[in-house]
Design a binder for this molecule. Structure first.
Ligand code: 13P
Length: 253
């Protein structure tokens, strides 16, 4: 059975005090019964990880992710953070290949494959992001484009490693724009990706992978999106910065 997941990507938002306040509110507001049904993850900025980990350590409702890692284990990469550092700081998950990283930091499918490898080697669960631009959507070949992102960054993995990955489909045209993919558009892509994974691996592996939707997901549309058979939850940006909105999204399953 695949897991239902809601993950909050804070991006470059929140000072330390604000982040700790948000974390405490989320921990206090997530209902106990959510524990059995859904996994809740928050991804604060790197510098807050240890302090947020300390707030999370006596509970198991909310889990910790980082927003990125470097593709090498260690070395002369000033300003960068390695997967082993994240693991040692208490992160269990790491977002890899967010469209903002691909666009502003020129991360390629090839480099992301290395990041996935190093995350897995350090026992971090990758939350692997994929998604197309508006231009590609309008050209019509969006399923092939996103499928190719999976192929080039994930399909070198053996079955047991791919089965540890969480996939997040985030159409770039829906991120931070207030324009959400319709539930039909999300379902179409999620089902197509699952089918593609099944054809490269197996039905069983594809059925057990969680595929999240991201892109202007909020309390008002989460219920409809999460009701799609192949949408297993959400990767939330803007709405994860408000404890009330984030928890309302969690309650949308
Ligand atoms: P928004 O929810 O702000 O559109 O961001 C989505 C996202 O990029 C999550 O990683």
């Amino acid at each position: 059975m695949r897991k239902k997941i809601v993950a909050g990507n804070w991006k470059m938002n929140k000072t330390l005090d604000e982040g700790l306040k948000l974390t405490s509110e989320i921990v206090n507001m997530v209902p106990d019964e959510v524990n059995n049904d859904a996994l809740v993850i928050i991804a604060p900025p790197f510098v807050h990880l240890t302090a947020v980990r300390n707030l999370l350590k006596d509970q198991d409702r909310v889990h910790l992710a980082a927003q990125n890692c470097h593709s090498e284990e260690s070395g002369a990469y000033t300003g960068e953070i390695s997967a082993s550092m994240l693991a040692s700081a208490g992160a269990g998950y790491v977002i890899i290949g967010h469209s903002e990283r691909r666009e502003y930091f020129h991360e390629t499918n090839e480099e992301l494959a290395k990041k996935v490898n190093i995350a897995l080697a350090n026992k971090l669960t990758p939350v692997f992001c994929c998604g197309e631009s508006l231009e590609i959507r309008e050209e019509g070949n969006y399923v092939e484009y996103v499928s190719n992102q999976l192929k080039e960054s994930l399909f070198h993995l053996p079955d047991e490693d791919l089965s540890r990955v969480i996939i997040a489909y985030e159409p770039i045209w829906a991120i931070g724009t207030g324009k959400t993919a319709s539930s039909e558009q999300a379902q179409e892509m999620h089902a197509a990706l699952r089918k593609y994974i099944a054809s490269a691996y197996s039905d069983e592996l594809a059925d057990n992978l969680s595929v999240l939707y991201g892109g202007s997901c909020k309390p008002s549309n989460a219920r409809k999106l999460f009701a799609c058979p192949d949408v297993d939850g959400g990767l939330i940006g803007g709405a994860s910065l408000s404890s009330r909105d984030f928890v309302d999204i969690i309650k949308s399953f």
